[in-house]
Design a protein around this ligand. Structure first.
Ligand code: 5RP
Length: 267
């Protein structure tokens, strides 16, 4: 791996422990003004100090992220369909590498849709992005997207999708946590982070997800809705950060969440 690419990766994946808390705020690229991400800056500004990377599109980056902030940027560069379409897999590349470089981002992210009508197209998009990324020193994250078929998230499917992404050359993969997740990790020779998915019933469910994923080999999370759709998003990201970087147990994360929440209420 070339120096520039390693340097960019190490901005997001902390060299001290090899872990990362990425804050996912790119949902608008196909979902529009998602609940509690209606005004992106209002959502992520209080959370950025606790994030090792911020995942956004270039439109939100240019309009809503202060260029003086130190947070590394994970730039979403795939898209082309909206939530109104039944089939979300018909994506192309939405940003050229020269613009990602101009924006000085730390990595680019693209969805792949394994097992869909547009599987080949999305995998070839990834291959092109990896070629461009290797050429210019830009890490590429592949996201094993499932569109509206959330039930696809099992170890067999995710293991296949993650492995394909790594074989094509992705430098890291974002996937979902699932039962048997350690098998997914075992078969994927590049770092894995997990998404949170739609908001879970309780905070503890989100802490359990992050804790289990880390215990089974993920290097961190790229989490969105379970943080910023919570009534106490700062308390959520602090608790998730404790799991990822401080080996906090689910109980310790819950205690930290409650303490931060109580302090913010009395402040
Ligand atoms: C949106 C994405 C999200 O970044 C990803 O799903 C993580 O966010 P969440 O934790 O809300 O699932 O890829 O398309």
């Amino acid at each position: 791996m070339d120096w520039g690419l390693r340097n960019r990766l190490s901005r997001m994946i902390k060299p001290s422990d090899g872990h990362s808390v990425m804050l996912a705020c790119d949902h608008g690229y196909f979902m529009g003004p998602t609940r509690r991400l209606e005004v992106p800056r209002r959502t992520f500004e209080p959370l950025v100090p606790y994030a090792d990377a911020l995942a956004v599109t270039r439109g939100v980056l240019r309009t809503s992220v202060d260029p003086t902030w130190e947070v590394p940027i994970l730039l979403r560069v795939s898209g082309g369909t909206s939530v109104l379409h039944e089939d979300l897999s018909d994506e192309g590349l939405t940003v050229e590498m020269k613009d990602a470089l101009r924006l000085n981002v730390s990595a680019v992210a693209i969805s792949i849709f394994v097992g869909t009508a547009h599987e080949k197209q999305s995998l070839l998009n990834l291959a092109k992005l990896v070629d461009d990324g290797e050429d210019r020193g830009m890490p590429v994250m592949a996201i094993t997207a499932v569109g509206k078929e959330l039930e696809k998230r099992d170890a067999r499917y995710l293991g296949l999708a993650c492995r394909l992404a790594a074989e094509i050359g992705a430098h890291m993969v974002k996937t979902y946590y699932c039962e048997g997740f350690s098998k997914v990790v075992e078969g994927c020779p590049v770092p894995l982070v997990v998404a949170g998915g739609p908001k879970l019933n309780t905070e503890v469910d989100a802490f359990q997800l992050a804790h289990s994923a880390l215990a089974e080999g993920a290097i961190g999370v790229d989490m969105g809705r379970n943080i910023w759709q919570n009534d106490h998003p700062v308390a959520m990201i602090k608790a998730i950060r404790a799991i990822v970087h401080e080996h906090a147990s689910v109980r310790e994360a819950s205690d930290l969440f409650e303490q931060t929440k109580a302090a913010s209420i009395t402040a």
